[in-house]
Ligand binder design. Sequence first.
Ligand code: SF4
Length: 368
Amino acid sequence: MAEHDRRALGRRLTELQVHGVVDPAVPGNPGRRGGAGPSDHRALSIDGTTVMVPVYNAVAGSSPYRLDTAAGGGLEVSGPEAMALAVETPPEPRFYGLATAEGIPYRSIALLHGRDVLATTLLQTCIRFRDRTQSCQFCAIEQSLEDGRTLVRKTPEQVAEVAEAAVRLDGVRQLVLTTGTPNSDDRGARLMAETAAAVKARVDLPIQAQCEPPDDPAWYRRMKDAGVDSLGMHLEVVEEEVRRRILPGKSELGLERYMEAFAEAVAVFGRGQVSTYLLAGLGDSAASIIAASERLIALGVYPFVVPFVPIAGTPLEAHPAPSTDFMVAVYTAVGDRLRASDLRSEAMAAGCAKCGACSALSLFEASP
Ligand code: SF4
């Protein structure tokens, strides 16, 4: 695809990601509500690119875009200016039909994200969540516990069992492990290492672990030796005032502490195998996001910029998503800087930046 077409597609996908689509329960993998990270969305494939598009939050309910059956068969997203975009919804994965010997449905242990990513939240609770004045204001990590959709804690053996089935039955190509932050100074790294070791003993699947920076940098080596291929430590937002407002608890770990942790992690995992989420639209200026991305790229960390998507039931559920123009300006600047660097989303072993479905950044990063 020519660069101009790729960026035009990037703008179009961004438009859908910031507005969401009205979805009258079209068949296919229904996606997910609540939980950790971006949520309330489902996967749509457009022109061969799979993106996660909000369908369950308040924004999507009043979106000018609508997912429906096309007159000639298939599916389409229709919207303003007589737009009609052919889309596909990935089918429900086959492993969703299975359960463990104790009767726990596999889909309570891990979910399919995008087209070929298995993802799970190892610990569905977080030290920061019980007190909503301390929790990350966009997060819904404990919400999916309320109606029994998931388990509080997934054991390494459970994740390994589901990973093996997802590879065999659905061709899953990578595993993303995230976690709520436990009350221990490894900040989840131990859980990541134990789970990666159990998975790798059963199936050869690239793994990204995601956690807060552990106090002891020896955990990076322990995670890598256990089978973690890439690491995500998520800044989310970067300006001091925005960090305090959006991440009241997590911002106790200052930006400079994160930068130090990134350098330590890159020394173990290598340039381009460490990444961070940057949620655009929560108050950081475009200039701040671009400057932080430049600094991260210099350290060897992939800045995975995604539009903030409000999740129902969180303190930010009524916070507006960023505009398409804002996102495209940030993507264009960060994409240019990535292109001039040695970092590429597709070169990551595993992880959100490699999957890319929550962002259009990779369409702006790719070389002509
Ligand atoms: S980018 Fe990350 S959170 Fe988004 S669909 Fe892919 S693996 Fe899941």
